[in-house]
Design a protein around this ligand. Structure first.
Ligand code: ZN
Length: 201
């Protein structure tokens, strides 16, 4: 995915990186990651899947209560290219509605599954007031590349202003346990470099 996409929001540099966690909430791994972030006083953005969020409202509220941003990652994480446009638009709407039902306010950011920028979904998100966010650095914390060493090495390349893609949800092939295992050292490294982990804003 190209970070130069026109749909990617522009964020200020200034010793900041933007950590993002997708495909949750996950009853096991989201709380673990929240604890790690809290200990490091780091903020992040969680792109939640609406139908999972609806089943774990308390966990969604906890994410927000700990100062993190909650973004829309559609209702069910269906692949953007496998739907009629009417269904694709509904995925965006229902994902946002699930968050609004829990928090009392709608999400400000949208990230399409797999980073696929399907025009109708982008239009729908923007009509709902959500900025579309991809990423500039991926931890690739899934599949065969998602080893702890591999994830750590990729995270090591983080630069000022990066939007970092990670996963707290298991999805089909994600490995959030690897992410959780390397996150404390990564956050410590950020602090040593004078980089603050912030939520999207
Ligand atoms: Zn995803």
């Amino acid at each position: 995915m190209t970070p130069e996409s026109p749909a990617l929001v522009q964020l200020p540099k200034g010793n900041r990186v933007y950590l993002t966690f997708d495909d949750g909430p996950d009853a096991r791994w989201t709380p673990r990651i929240l604890d790690i972030l809290a200990k490091a006083q780091a903020r992040a953005t969680f792109f939640v899947v609406g139908r999972q969020a609806r089943g774990q409202a308390a966990l969604v509220r906890r994410i927000a209560a700990q100062g993190h941003e909650i973004g829309n990652h559609t209702w069910s994480h269906r692949h953007p290219w496998t739907m009629l446009s009417s269904d694709a638009r509904r995925e965006v709407r229902d994902g946002a509605a699930a968050i609004a039902d829990i928090l009392g306010y709608g999400p400000r950011f949208f990230r399409p599954p797999h980073g696929c920028l399907r025009r109708c979904m982008i239009e729908e998100a923007r009509a709902l007031g959500q900025a579309v966010v991809l990423w500039s650095l991926s931890a690739v914390d899934w599949g065969v590349l998602g080893t702890a060493a591999g994830v750590a090495a990729r995270l090591d390349a983080v630069q000022d202003g990066d939007i970092v893609l990670m996963h707290d949800g298991r999805g089909l092939i994600n490995r959030p346990w690897q992410t959780a295992s390397v996150l404390p050292v990564f956050l410590d490294g950020l602090r040593q470099r004078g980089l603050r982990a912030e939520r999207l804003d």
